[in-house]
Write a protein that binds this ligand. Sequence first.
Ligand SMILES: NC(=O)c1ccc[n+]([C@@H]2O[C@H](COP(=O)([O-])OP(=O)(O)OC[C@H]3O[C@@H](n4cnc5c(N)ncnc54)[C@H](O)[C@@H]3O)[C@@H](O)[C@H]2O)c1
Length: 310
Amino acid sequence: MADKTVCIVGLGIGKLYVAACKYYNWDVITVDQNKALNADYLNVDDIPKAVHIDLAVICTPNYTHERVARQLGSRYVTNIVVEKPGFQHAGAWLGFQQQYPKSRLWMVKNNQFRTLFADLQGKEIEKIQLFWLNKNRIPGAGSWFTDKYKSYSGVSRDLMPHLISVAQRALGQCIATDDFTAQCYQQYDMSQLQNDSTYGNYDANGIYDVDDCAYFKSKTNNVDIECFASWKLDIDVDIVEWRFFIKGGANLTYGVGLCPESAYETMLHEYMYADEATYQQHQKYDVEIHAIIDHFVESEQVPLFAKLSI
Ligand SMILES: NC(=O)c1ccc[n+]([C@@H]2O[C@H](COP(=O)([O-])OP(=O)(O)OC[C@H]3O[C@@H](n4cnc5c(N)ncnc54)[C@H](O)[C@@H]3O)[C@@H](O)[C@H]2O)c1
């Protein structure tokens, strides 16, 4: 018999977590309100109360994250893992922990668990430059992702949490947030878009009122950090490249593809078995990601991407 029970809520990206849990032979309960997906349950509240859940992953649209987390917190789930970008505000994240002290709350930071970080061990980083620039990968123009009411905002909440978490992991600490720039802008509107993105489901009748380009800059312990993210840009090929400038040369540059399943496996294992100190460190990262995202402001296009010199 498996020694742990995991619950996956939402079977879009959630399917990937089902596979990751199978790797550890954990028992998996699935929940999705879409009957066509044949999950074990349609709603978290349908799971019998006698079933203890050691870890649950919330993979539902952003506007439902907190509501589903409350359902899980009410039944004392030990670890509640929430897909990025977490909750709507940092305050909601902190408030949840006070209200549900029996549950540990984690944000998905799958990119922190890529193996490339082993190369940075013992190296003195001077500058971090992280690019996630897609030629055409809007996650469903007209879907919930591009409706501000449902996603809270666009690429600044979709891709920036990943990049910020990568900078945290490379630094081994939080990013200094006393002085930073966090800008975003909306480049496209629905009338300019068609069903040609390499990802997501297009809905011509849907809403597109979110930012699709974002820029973040900070300096932490004399390390310059710059992050660039876009769903759609006028470029020949995707530029998803992470650069770490090392003191004395030998800079490290990684062209990164989709996050491998092994990173999700490592993350779930860490969250499942983490000691209190590890949990507290992740909490700092998670609150910081929320706090930074809360501060993204709409700006003019030109000053933002004029900074691109790649
Ligand atoms: N970490 C990553 O790299 C990564 C990648 C993709 C998506 N995500 C995140 O995962 C989340 C889901 O994204 P997606 O692309 O899978 O979305 P999606 O719309 O494809 O799938 C969401 C699923 O949740 C179900 N659902 C909605 N509300 C529900 C509820 N209350 N109870 C049960 N099921 C419910 C829907 O029926 C649907 O099947 C988002 O927050 C997104 O930001 C993260």
